[in-house]
Design a protein around this ligand. Structure first.
Ligand code: SAH
Length: 230
């Protein structure tokens, strides 16, 4: 029974790794997998790198090489839904690839041959993660709902408005979650994801992004993971 913790960016993983005593490092496919024990629980932590393909490769390795039976993603995302502001937290109930379009052969956003466009996260693990986020960050709004993923950093008001119009219930946009959700669906592994909102996916989205990740989001990630494993 191994719980995997995945982040897309160095700044976030560093804060999580600081929680893991006695970790050992193993390199596979250019990624460093850190194994350790926390509160009696086997944990493996890894940097997925950015984007859906990198995330899918990482998730597959976690299941096949590291026997992960649960995967938790912590990272940052752009806020899309009304009231989903910078510094808030979003826990995903499900994921969709906003840039997947095999129409007219398949409906827009549907993953060909799966017959669905949305991959739900694991309800029990998601409930634990949402509770951990609420305990770890009192006073921080925690939203729950759809998160959409695509291989694009959404950084214009026009693109953000287009996404909101196409997917009115999407709370946030990022670049990895839907890929991991699909791998976990295929492999029968539980998946949950939490994202701190780093920007509103608009024309200001690039401003101080790295600084926000380092100073705010990484602390959020570590605090939530600590609560999850407590
Ligand atoms: N400037 C950064 C780029 C990171 S890409 C760098 O040089 O490392 C953005 C990362 O944060 C991705 O992993 C993605 O999942 C998430 N993200 C945050 N805001 C986003 C947005 N507005 N659109 C898409 N992804 C976003």
């Amino acid at each position: 029974m191994t719980l995997a913790i995945v982040s897309a960016m160095h700044e976030e993983l560093a804060a999580v790794l600081a929680l893991l005593p006695h970790e050992s490092r193993q390199q596979v496919a250019g990624r460093e997998f850190w194994r350790g024990r926390l509160h009696g629980q086997e944990v493996v932590a890894v940097l997925s790198r950015i984007g859906k393909v990198a995330a899918a490769t990482t998730a597959t390795l976690l299941v096949e090489r590291f026997a992960a039976d649960r995967i938790v993603f912590t990272g940052v995302a752009g806020g899309l839904g009304p009231g989903v502001e910078v510094g808030h937290v979003v826990v995903a109930d499900g994921f969709l690839q906003h840039d997947l379009d095999a129409s007219p052969l398949f409906p827009r956003h549907e993953v060909p041959l799966y017959g669905i466009s949305r991959f739900p996260t694991d309800p029990a693990l998601t409930a634990r993660l949402a509770a951990a986020a609420a305990r770890a960050l009192p006073g921080t709004p925690v939203h729950r709902g759809l998160v959409v993923s695509g291989d694009r950093f959404v950084a214009t008001g026009a693109e953000s408005r287009a996404l909101q119009a196409a997917l009115p219930d999407a709370l946030a946009v990022e670049m990895e979650g839907a890929a991991i959700a699909q791998v976990c669906h295929d492999c029968g592994v539980a998946f949950a994801a939490v994202r701190t909102v780093s920007d509103r996916a608009d024309d200001q989205a690039h401003v101080d992004f790295s600084r926000f990740v380092r100073e705010v989001a990484s602390r959020h990630s570590a605090a939530i993971v600590r609560e999850l494993l407590a």
